[in-house]
Write a protein that binds this ligand. Structure first.
Ligand code: TRP
Length: 369
């Protein structure tokens, strides 16, 4: 269906606190989109049901992390007056839509989804057996997206196969039952550094199990420890006067993602911009200690307001609960409306339309003639 609105739907699995990788790759952008005033409707879904598809034995983990994720959202500046923050399990329309869409996708097609493929390997499902629920999560994600009539889905690169699969479901649905669903498109972060912020140890991704994250809720002491104690730089840069390498040097990757020329004026006036600092490092004569100290200042400039805001929300968890409750009520209206439209197109809206009584009567009459 053509849409003349600009509607955003995006979401996260509540499996842990959000970290700097989430901030650089998505949260910062969401706040910008929220404040751009360009969108008619912005929705953020805490995908707790999806999180259960590979945590069925530990629902307590999901329960605990819902509050962590909402606090992260609110503290980075997502504003519940401008965006609808809601929870997947509280929106029954999503479950119904998933069930209908399952009939429009083959198991072969889901098996080809590269993100699902690698997750099956990573989680050991290839050996242990693959839960049907997990296998179906891309279909439930299509339900999430279409239930809000989303036109734009801001996501990380790893989610592109999900949006591709959603688009196929939309096309198949519209072809089979008539023009009903809106075709969404993915938007991914603009540059490489935003897309993939490495862990402090230089590994490709921040991950809880590797202990290489900087969380938005970390204390200044922890941030300092992660940078000074664990951050990977250039192993060949032994003495300050040695030439250093920028490539793969996490300090510079983080600076690429976060620092501005203003930060130099404020914290490291020896240089006017990052390029100047990099040149000196490569030439030799700039020590890792100075670079790390500067990075900590830059990180704290981002993290201090987030931490302060978080502390305020943490004092008012009752308000956070009400925000979620309110978001759910709004989201239920939107998603129920789409489900009604879907059922109408499929002509399974039996109890919306009493005309079916006449239809059934005629059917029976025909049989008697
Ligand atoms: N699969 C996403 C992730 O792991 C989370 C998610 C669930 C999502 N539903 C969504 C993202 C809908 C975008 C749109 O990060």
């Amino acid at each position: 269906m053509e849409s003349n609105k600009k509607i955003i739907l995006t979401g996260d699995r509540p499996t842990g606190r959000l970290h700097l990788g989430h901030y650089v790759g998505s949260l910062k952008r969401r706040v910008e989109l929220q404040n751009s005033g360009e969108y008619d409707d912005i929705n953020i879904l805490i995908a707790d049901d999806q999180a259960l598809t590979d945590n069925a034995d530990n629902p307590g983990k999901i329960r605990d992390n819902i509050i962590n994720v909402v606090l992260d959202y609110l503290s980075v500046g997502l504003d519940p007056d401008k965006v609808t923050i809601c929870i997947q399990s509280a929106l029954p329309a999503l479950h119904s839509l998933t069930f209908y869409y399952m009939n429009l996708v083959t198991t072969a097609r889901v098996s080809r989804n590269p993100t699902v493929k690698s997750e099956i390997q990573m989680r050991g499902f290839a050996d242990e057996g693959l839960p049907v629920g997990f296998f179906c999560y891309p279909i439930s994600q299509a339900a999430d997206i279409t239930a809000f009539d989303a036109t734009v889905v801001p996501v990380g690169e790893d989610q592109l196969p999900m949006i591709e699969q959603t688009r196929e479901i939309v096309e198949k649905f519209n072809k089979t039952y008539g023009d009903t669903l809106v075709l969404p498109r993915a938007v991914i972060p603009e540059n490489e550094t935003q897309r993939r912020l490495p862990g402090v140890d230089g590994k490709a991704k921040m991950s809880k199990s590797l202990g290489n994250c900087i969380y938005l809720s970390d204390t200044p002491g922890t941030v300092k420890k992660q940078v000074n104690g664990k951050m990977f730089t250039d192993p060949q840069h032994l003495r300050i006067e040695d030439p250093g390498h920028i490539e793969g040097n996490v300090v510079f990757t983080y600076l690429d993602a976060l620092c501005t020329d203003d930060d130099f004026a404020q914290f490291l006036p020896d240089y006017s911009c990052l390029d100047e600092m990099k040149e000196h490092y490569m030439r030799g004569g700039l020590g890792d200690g100075t670079c790390k100290k500067f990075l900590i200042s830059v990180l704290e400039k981002t993290l201090v307001p987030i931490r302060e805001s978080r502390a305020k929300w943490e004092e008012n968890i009752g308000d956070v609960y009400d925000i979620l409750n309110d978001g759910i009520i709004r989201a239920r209206k939107k998603t129920d409306a789409v489900l009604s439209r879907v059922r109408k197109s499929m002509r399974i809206d039996y109890f919306e339309d009493r005309n079916i009584i006449g239809e059934w009567e005629n059917l029976l009459k025909d049989r008697k003639q």
